[in-house]
Design a protein around this ligand. Structure first.
Ligand code: HEC
Length: 476
């Protein structure tokens, strides 16, 4: 009996003591440590990590420029940073190194959490850092040249097929483009807006949208799947002049293509392209055209989209030159890609379905400067594995949690030797666990619409200016 009492009594004393200590400690440390305030401690973190999106006119749903705007969101902010849901960043930190990694440092997360736990105090406005002078008009870059696309009426319902339209490039002379930003007019309807440059051809009409008629079943699925292109094989070309509603039909193939992949893209969540930090640029010869590829989605509301494209340019050639993965005009592509897209068939309810692997062979030495993996709403993971010429394998990017709403460019710097290979593997989640899945009971095949799937392993490369890029496949 005695021993029973003492066993019970001892823990009671211990709990009492612990309670006394724990009541005491926070009070003591709070008075010792300087108070965390909005102006002094939190605002610098928000300026650096959040305001690029969280300010008026940007994609963040509320502004964090001032205390008044930020204070009502304090609890949500703590939740978002502690769970690492914000800032949006999806690369597994165990692999690779990315110079646009915007995940917060643990110290900043702890700071924000401490501030919210202390009641989100304002502090003294005199302690605040100077406000950031954000560029006008919603731009993230300060464009030297801005180009306005013609207003595009997007209907309330139905499927809008991928279209192309050409314009003369907005530069009079040979130009080095150092950064590019595409500002969607109505982000809700712009599924993608991509473009590339191409020397003008007599057969390329300006200001005319062209698209292929696509045979589809009643659910919108393409009737024919062709592994080489997302384009259908109906052989009917539709076109419409910008500003007109009159559509003309003819058989044949479109008047103009852009052989390269689209070098510059707006995709949901994709930031601008910027080669300034790496002293690189893309050369655009005088007399080039811009071939723009557009994909609008309908939202139930008819709107007119007015998207814009902004450029910063340099007169002097930068040290390095951007090389599109399919080669600049008149140049050999730096890589050869293989992927059996036509074999993509995701069964109903499959929660971890591997797509056809992309195998990419490097035909010359390059510096890999970005990854831009692209899948649609069933995309789940993507892994890029670099296979060195000696056979060594290395994961250079792993995205464990691909999110269609955040199609990020992961910027890096990886020297790659000719003879290396890159293997890219996407997986898909067609189950009910995927909250973005519009129809878990459907078979999902390759296609350009967001209810169809893709697994596109885009990458960007730089080469030194002094390299002979016109004869790119050279022996070393
Ligand atoms: C690249 C743009 C971007 C950056 C940078 C960014 N956000 Fe966001 N944030 C968004 C968008 C878009 C949403 C709404 C959609 C979503 O939640 O994904 C959002 C939503 C939020 C929400 C609302 C979540 C909810 O409960 O509705 C909070 C809180 C938030 N962000 C906090 C932050 C904080 C704090 C930072 C910086 C540490 C930050 N964000 C950085 C774009 C951004």
């Amino acid at each position: 009996m005695r021993s029973w009492i003492s066993i019970v009594a001892l823990p009671c004393v211990a709990i009492l003591l612990a309670a006394l200590v724990s009541v005491d400690t926070p009070a003591a440390s709070q008075s010792a440590a300087p108070a965390v305030t909005f102006h002094k401690n939190v605002l610098p973190v928000l300026q650096k990590n959040c305001q690029s999106c969280h300010r008026p006119g940007q994609i963040g749903p509320f502004s964090m420029l001032t205390y008044k705007e930020t204070r009502p969101w304090a609890r949500a902010i703590k939740q978002a940073v502690v769970t690492r849901a914000m800032p949006p960043w999806f690369a597994d930190p165990r692999y690779g190194h990315f110079n646009n990694d915007r995940s917060l440092k643990q110290a900043d997360i702890d700071l924000i959490a401490a501030w919210v736990d202390a009641g989100a105090p304002e502090g003294n406005p005199a302690d605040a850092p100077a406000p950031i002078a954000w560029p006008e008009g919603g731009w993230q870059i300060k464009p030297d040249v801005a180009f306005d696309l013609p207003p595009y009426p997007v209907p309330a319902k139905g499927i809008v097929e991928w279209e192309r339209i050409a314009f003369p490039a907005p530069f009079k002379e040979d130009t080095w483009v150092a950064s590019v930003e595409i500002l969607p007019g109505v982000p809700a309807v712009v599924h993608h807006l991509c473009f590339g440059f191409q020397k003008h051809r007599e057969t390329t009409p300006y200001g005319v949208y062209q698209w292929m008629d696509v045979p589809r079943d009643e659910n919108g699925n393409m009737l024919k799947v062709d592994g080489t292109t997302t384009g259908p094989r109906s052989g009917i070309v539709l076109s419409r002049k910008a500003g007109s509603t009159e559509v003309t039909r003819r058989t044949g193939s479109p008047d103009f293509f852009h052989e390269g992949t689209n070098e510059f893209c707006y995709l949901p969540g994709l930031p601008y392209e910027d080669y300034r930090p790496v002293n690189a640029g893309m050369f655009v010869p005088a007399g080039s055209d811009m071939i723009v590829s557009l994909h609008y989605t309908t939202t139930g509301l008819a709107v007119v989209d007015r998207s814009r494209i902004g450029f910063t340019v340099t007169k002097t050639p930068p040290k390095k030159k951007f090389l599109p993965q399919d080669g600049a005009e008149g140049e050999n592509p730096p890589v050869a890609r293989q992927q059996a897209n036509a074999s993509l068939a995701i069964p109903p309810f499959a929660d971890n379905h591997p797509g056809p692997r992309a195998e990419i062979a490097f035909l010359k030495d390059v510096e890999l400067v970005w990854f831009r993996p692209h899948a649609h709403v069933r995309g789940k993971t993507v892994r890029y594995t670099l296979i060195h010429p000696d056979g060594r394998e290395e994961t250079v990017l792993y995205v464990p949690n691909y999110n269609f709403n955040w199609q990020l460019t992961y910027r890096t710097s990886i020297p790659i030797r000719k003879g290396s290979k890159m293997r890219v593997q996407f997986t898909y989640d067609n189950s009910t666990k995927n909250k973005y899945n519009p129809d878990p009971g459907a078979w999902v095949r390759y296609g350009g619409q967001s209810w169809e799937e893709m697994g596109t392993p885009n990458m960007g490369f730089l080469v030194n200016q002094d390299e002979d890029v016109t004869n790119a496949i050279i022996e070393r």
